[in-house]
Design a protein around this ligand. Structure first.
Ligand SMILES: *Cc1c(COP(=O)(O)O)cnc(C)c1O
Length: 702
């Protein structure tokens, strides 16, 4: 949150920087990124690309310099014109915005309120809504202590250092009521009362409203409601979801926003439906009518293929909040409790997913395969004697965020023209990827790989200076070689993702990494949930191999996997590896990010990959679901693909030194994945299948 005095310190000629810094629009517009880099490259790096912080630390003389630099001013004027034009585009006409609720949003590294894939998807969705001028508002929470830094001990055990989020350092502003005062309000049904403050982050044209109870005047227990993402204490978790759902809807009402459609991204925000019912009943509808109307206009996206991973709250616990709430607003408590009861386990309590399933007419899973699984696990859920229908809308990624901007986007501009930016869904435009000369694509890729390794070495050097152990510094990737076939494995460390599958035969792996002519190297990164001990053990296991001289420094574990590191990795390794246990990867998106940068996916046929794999754009194995031990068989398939297909292809060079066979697969990866797995396609599906029918509206001119 930038103070006015920061604004005053910027010379008037370039004062628009203040505005620009506070709208995350700049994050996916390469010229705007260039502008901040040019403003002060050192500050840009030191703040890990955080213009809000940059504007606070830049020397006044530097502002004066750039304010008189014709080159800077030309770029500034161009960016500001583009920014204004973007914001001025007329929106799609809907009776009201889509309110998109999620427990986490991964928009940019400078707004650290996300844990992983769910948040990144939510962030990408808001950016896409902004790009197509779909009226949308996001609603989530700020986690003031949820911001952790991963540090590996000497023995490889990961520790999470807690940091406190200071609003002044992030692109946040106070949300204001229509009367212009900052919004502070009491969370419904909490006694004694708990106050929430609302901030807004601007994602292009889309406002993202973020609630926090970590405000002065609340007790420490109440302040802690929104301090940590997915807090493990059951009652605190319930209160967190209540603040998100009930508090979030109440906040929109007080801000004068009336959503036409409610989109619940995963079950956490499902209490928003209570407020929706209250509002409709307040307009004179009966409970049954309100229920009908809420169902018709609610979209629910389920993300987990595991029923045990859904939030279930004991009835008595929920009743502490639901009881008073229903009493105050005349809602039928028993009927609501029943709507959240899972018929296959009625005693367990109130199930957030079951509640959302019953109250949403428009439900989807996040890949076709996940659709099959979700229909199977939720087949007993009925509303008015009818089975809840679950469709599949496969996730996508926001291409302008994930295609590396400095080199890869420029290469696409050169060979595909501006068409790919306007019309990313059109496969014919992507066909032109074939026209990129092999040597040019290879040179660009090789440069991204060198940039990745340079970044890892710089990080290792920094940690060495900070006093990290020598072995750790080596294990962080100091010995990586840009000429070696490089595999990347970066994601949340948890058992079902099987990060150690590729380590399961250490002798075989040793032969692969130590091959004198055709070696491989592997870069791992990822955090484990603080409570996931097994996940932490897996990190330690990888780290131990990384520090073992027998693996020659060719296995690295990089600390602090976040969106910033992810961008380097998905463009800089040669092959992206994914080895989840089917069918537990609902979708997965990191393989999409890699593919669109020309980094082919090597994955178990799970999540999005059965839809994405064409036989020529990457490698696939082991999709069937079966019970019992399957690791040896999957590991065998993985090693064989590496030994027999990938390694030979990568090292088979033409007289020009370029692996033309491998480049063919890189091109196929870009060409086939970009048009189908982008958020443009995904959001259009949501619009056509769900949002417009929910509004009883027709598709017009998009
Ligand atoms: C994309 C992304 C994820 C999700 O990747 P999966 O393939 O779903 O595991 C998680 N974390 C970060 C930082 C990401 O960028």
């Amino acid at each position: 949150m930038l103070d006015e005095h920061v604004r005053e310190a910027i010379p008037e000629r370039i004062r628009g920087l203040w505005e620009l810094a506070q709208n995350l629009w700049w994050t996916w517009h390469p010229q705007a990124r260039r502008l901040f880099r040019a403003l002060d490259y050192q500050a840009w790096r030191e703040t890990t690309h955080n213009p809000v912080l940059m504007l606070q630390i830049i020397r006044p003389e530097r502002f004066q310099e750039v304010a008189h630099d014709p080159e800077f001013l030309a770029l500034y004027d161009q960016v500001m014109a583009e920014f204004q034009e973007y914001l001025a585009r007329p929106p799609l006409e809907l009776p009201g915005p889509v309110a998109y609720f999620c427990a986490e949003f991964g928009v940019h590294v400078s707004l650290p309120i996300y844990a992983g894939g769910l948040g990144i998807l939510a962030g990408d969705t808001l950016k896409e809504a902004s790009d197509i001028a779909l009226p949308m508002v996001g609603v989530g929470l700020i986690y003031s202590q949820g911001y952790t830094t991963q540090r590996l001990r000497e023995d490889g055990w990961p520790e999470d250092l807690h940091r406190t989020l200071d609003h002044r350092d992030h692109p946040l502003q106070l949300a204001k009521t229509p009367e212009g005062s900052p919004l502070v309000f009491e969370i419904p049904a909490f006694t004694p009362s708990v106050r929430a403050q609302v901030y807004v982050a601007k994602i292009g044209r889309v406002p993202l409203f973020l609630l926090t109870t970590d405000v002065e005047g609340n007790t420490p227990w109440d302040r802690a409601i929104s301090q940590q993402l997915y807090t493990t204490d059951l009652e605190q978790r319930l209160r967190q979801e209540w603040v998100l759902g009930v508090g979030g809807m109440r906040a929109l009402e007080m801000l004068g926003i009336r959503p036409a459609v409610l989109h619940l991204n995963e079950g956490h925000p499902a209490f928003a439906l209570l407020e929706r019912l209250r509002q409709f009943m307040g307009q004179g509808l009966s409970f049954e009518e309100a229920l009908e109307r809420a169902r018709k206009t609610t979209v629910f996206t389920t993300h987990t293929p595991l029923p045990v991973a859904t939030d279930v709250f004991p009835f008595a616990l929920l009743d502490r909040y639901l009881g008073p709430y229903c009493q105050e607003h005349g809602l039928p408590r028993e009927a609501i409790l029943e709507l959240g009861t899972n018929p296959t386990d009625p005693g367990a309590g109130f199930n957030m997913t079951v509640f959302a399933l019953r109250l949403s007419q428009h439900v989807n899973a996040v890949s076709k395969r996940h659709g099959e699984v979700a229909r199977r696990i939720w087949q007993g859920i009925k509303f008015n004697d009818e089975n809840v229908k679950i469709e599949a809308i496969t996730n996508g990624i926001h291409l302008f965020t994930w295609i590396e901007p400095l080199r890869v986007q420029r290469l696409l501009d050169k060979y595909l023209g501006p068409a790919w930016r306007k019309n990313p869904e059109n496969p014919e435009i992507w066909q032109r990827v074939e026209e990129i000369p092999d040597e040019e694509l290879w040179a660009v890729h090789q440069e991204r790989k060198e940039a990745l390794i340079a970044e890892l070495v710089a990080r290792a050097r920094k940690r060495w200076r900070e006093g990290a152990f020598a072995k750790n510094v080596l294990a962080f990737g100091s010995l990586l070689d840009p000429h070696v076939l490089t595999l990347g494995f970066a994601r949340r460390f948890t058992a079902y993702k099987r990060p150690d599958l590729i380590l399961s035969d250490p002798e075989r792996l040793k032969r692969l990494v130590n091959d004198p002519l055709r070696p491989i190297q592997i870069i791992f990164a990822g955090k484990a949930h603080p409570a996931d001990i097994e996940g932490k053990r897996l990190i330690q296991k990888v780290f131990q191999l990384a520090g073992d001289p027998a693996f020659a420094g060719r296995i690295a574990f990089v600390e602090e996997y976040d969106q910033h590191l992810a961008r380097f990795l998905v463009a800089g390794v040669d092959v992206w590896v994914n080895t989840p246990l089917p069918p537990l990867e609902a979708s997965g998106t990191s393989g999409m990010k890699a593919s669109v940068n020309g980094v082919p996916n090597l994955s178990v046929l799970d999540g999005w990959w059965p839809e994405g794999y064409t036989g020529e754009n990457g490698w696939a194995f082991g999709g069937e679901e079966h019970h019992g031990e399957r690791n040896p068989q999957d590991a065998e398939a993985l090693y064989r693909l590496l030994e027999e297909k990938i390694v030979p292809l990568y090292y088979e060079r033409g007289p020009d030194g370029i692996p033309h066979g491998f480049v063919r697969i890189m091109k196929a990866a870009i060409r086939t994945v970009a048009p189908r797995f982008c958020t443009r396609r995904m959001l259009r599906e949501y619009l056509e299948k769900f949002y417009l029918p929910a509004l009883g509206a027709e598709k017009e001119g998009i």
